[in-house]
Design a binder for this molecule. Structure first.
Ligand code: SF4
Length: 433
């Protein structure tokens, strides 16, 4: 059974919003609650097949082992919830995109109502209608490689982002080195056990073939992210810089102009950042994961040992001179600083610590983003309950306030911001800007 913390009824959720967080959109409240608690689906909700399925593009982002959720091969990548005259819910909801994180014990279920509509249910209350993402046209094409296209170049964020996990493992290996929240290596093992064609290292030629087809057939995809695990030694005879830069270097200028090119990698030295810019990388994500220095040491032991937290932070800051501050977007894992037995027990102290980091970066024109921590099984922190919902709502409120204080632009490469428009699916930061 997955751990839970502070469950709300549908009415209780609306009351919390009205009484304490009315300055945030209700869409952000429900999105954060679904992201931290996960979702389940009834059989009726999965009887259709014409939607884009969850591709397990890097992590599982599930709250249970795959073998305990056999429907994981048939669920959508995301859901889009909304209310209208037919389904009014407990409060009005503009269309809101939310990543699917499976949890059989979640209070949220997608089902069908008596009229056959897909609906989101919490307890006995129907909260919203539900849409599943369309299958991109390029998923229907054939390719020279014998792998599913969703394995080579999966689409997420309602088709906006192509997610290129070119290395499916991480060389920070085992509990003394892996980031304690990360299931990249566990996901790999689970997927292989399930018999999926999970490619460890992707062939640059396959990536380019896929991107060229996407460019020719798809107007929704606007960006791609090249990423994967860290390379601390050699991979295919290359060090981390040469391994990851082989992908953008192999692309034509036309492809790099067609898409916003993003890369999630470690905090590199300046000469290596210059090489990335020369290769055509526009947006750099050197993810710092958690701000508090002591927690960074405990939660990211591999990164601490190989690069070190202070070094990591100073490299992020220095990279703004190379990419331009607004193109440096380091991620943190929102909520991991409250992991049971390791992190803060007081949510206000957790929010204050994280906001210290936000203020530090935003004062320099660097806008971090955050994902919502999913305590995944098999990870050292996987037994923890998710953080309280009020932690996330306070974080969102403060994130927006600091962003406004420094009058910063919306981070590029995430599509439109705002309620009803945002497609970033793993936290509500774009919904509240
Ligand atoms: S560096 Fe950390 S977060 Fe990134 S893939 Fe490796 S273990 Fe996971």
């Amino acid at each position: 059974m997955t751990a839970v913390r502070d469950l709300y009824t549908a009415a209780g959720l609306a009351e919390l919003w009205q009484q304490q967080f009315a300055d945030l959109p209700f869409e952000a409240v429900i999105k954060q609650d679904i992201l931290r608690q996960g979702l389940s689906f009834t059989a009726a909700a999965l009887d259709a097949t014409d939607f884009k399925k969850k591709d397990y593009f890097i992590f599982t982002f599930d709250r249970a082992p795959l073998k305990e959720i056999p429907e994981h091969t048939r669920v959508p990548e995301e859901i889009r919830i909304f209310t209208d005259a037919q389904v009014t819910g407990v409060a009005e909801l503009k269309p809101t995109v939310i990543s699917v994180r499976l949890n059989p014990a979640s209070p949220y279920t997608v089902s069908r109502d008596a009229a056959g509509r897909l609906v989101l249910i919490q307890g006995d209350t129907v909260m919203a209608q539900v849409l599943y993402p369309p299958i991109p046209e390029y998923y229907k094409e054939s390719y020279s490689f014998d792998k599913p296209i969703g394995e080579v170049a999966p689409a997420i964020e309602w088709g906006y982002l192509i997610y290129l996990t070119v290395f499916r493992n991480c060389q920070y290996f085992g509990k003394d080195e892996e980031c304690q929240f990360c299931d990249i290596n566990h996901n790999w093992r689970q997927q292989k056990r399930e018999g999926r064609p999970y490619t460890g290292v992707k062939d640059p030629a396959h990536i380019i073939e896929a991107l060229e087809r996407i460019a020719a057939t798809d107007a929704t995809a606007q960006a791609f992210t090249i990423t994967g695990g860290s390379v601390t030694g050699k991979l295919s005879g290359k060090d981390e810089v040469e391994f990851y830069l082989q992908y953008p270097r192999a692309m034509s200028d036309k492809l790099k102009e067609r898409f916003i090119s993003k890369m999630v990698i470690q905090a590199w030295q300046m000469d290596d950042c210059r090489k990335a810019v020369d290769a055509g990388v526009k947006i750099y994500h050197p993810n710092y994961e958690v701000w508090d220095a002591e927690l960074f040491r405990k939660i990211c032991p591999g990164k601490e040992r190989f690069i070190g937290r202070d070094n990591w932070i100073s490299r992020v800051v220095a990279s703004a001179d190379i990419f331009g501050a607004q193109h440096v977007i380091p991620n943190f894992v929102g909520g991991v600083e409250m992991a049971d037995g390791v992190g803060f027990t007081d949510e206000d102290r957790a929010v204050a610590s994280t906001c210290e980091g936000l203020d530090f970066f935003m004062s320099k024109g660097i806008v971090p983003r955050f994902t919502t921590w999913c305590p995944e099984p098999f990870t050292p922190l996987g037994e923890s309950a998710p953080p309280p919902l009020t932690y996330y709502l306070k974080l969102l409120r403060n994130y927006r306030a600091i962003h406004r204080k420094y009058a910063l632009p919306v981070p590029p490469g995430y599509g439109e911001a705002g309620v009803g428009k945002a497609v970033f699916s793993v936290s509500a930061f774009m919904d509240v800007l």
